[in-house]
Write a protein that binds this ligand. Structure first.
Ligand code: ATP
Length: 204
């Protein structure tokens, strides 16, 4: 199976593109979703995170308050690295486990922080989705209550589009409408099927 890592900045369109590939039948593995599940109450990474950051990050149900934890790590790079040290190795393990189970010519692994987490080696190809900063901010703001200042702070912690381009095997430019995005996904779907057929080992 061909492993395609899908990455891009906040609000660039990763989830939208992933669901378009999903409609073609491709299994979609989402690193953010895995990371969220890992720190649910009483999961092993939950205890490690609370030990590292204190009970001040918990809400009244003793679940980790992601907003509060987010405030801490986006304003302090050393705290961000501590959290990454707890989460990233487990996310990597889970991605590998899920790709082993999937059966389709290719799978899509959505890893927003692919470069930052050094997970490029999990992929046969890297698909980068890009859009202008203004569109990123506008799209995130229509979807959430994050302020422009907060979105810009998050963008500052992420790889730049130039850094992503350097790693990209394929690029989707998401600067226009959803119909154009769909056309780009359909074209790549065809290419990935063809590539997977070329790389499939001959059957015994
Ligand atoms: P995040 O990094 O925050 O998880 P993301 O990269 O997964 O975001 P999406 O959630 O797919 O981005 O897209 C952000 C918002 O922009 C969504 O509301 C989505 O519907 C919208 N959107 C994405 N692409 C387009 C497009 N080409 N035209 C119009 N709206 C779009």
């Amino acid at each position: 199976m061909l492993h395609i890592a899908l990455t891009g900045g906040i609000g660039s369109g990763k989830s939208t593109v992933a669901s378009m590939f999903g409609q073609h039948g491709a299994p979609v593995i989402d690193a953010d979703e895995i990371a969220r599940d890992l720190v649910r109450r009483d999961e092993p990474a939950y205890h490690e995170t609370v030990r590292a950051f204190g009970t001040g990050i918990l809400d009244t149900n003793r679940e980790i308050d992601r907003q509060r934890l987010g405030e801490r790590i986006f304003s302090d790079a050393s705290e961000r690295r501590i959290l990454e040290g707890i989460i990233h190795p487990r996310v990597r393990q889970e991605i590998i486990a899920r790709t082993t189970l999937a059966s389709f010519p290719y799978c899509i692994i959505v890893v927003p922080l692919l470069l930052e987490a050094n997970m490029q080696d999990l992929a046969d190809r890297i698909l980068v989705i890009e859009c202008s900063e203004q569109l990123q901010i506008a799209r995130v703001r229509t979807r959430s209550s994050l302020s422009e200042e907060r979105i810009r702070r998050i963008m500052a912690t992420q790889a730049s589009s130039a850094e992503r381009r350097l790693m990209a095997d394929d690029v989707i430019v998401n600067d226009t409408d959803l119909a154009d995005l769909q056309r780009q996904v359909d074209r790549l779907h065809g290419q990935y099927l063809a590539l997977a057929a070329l790389t499939r080992p001959p059957s015994a």
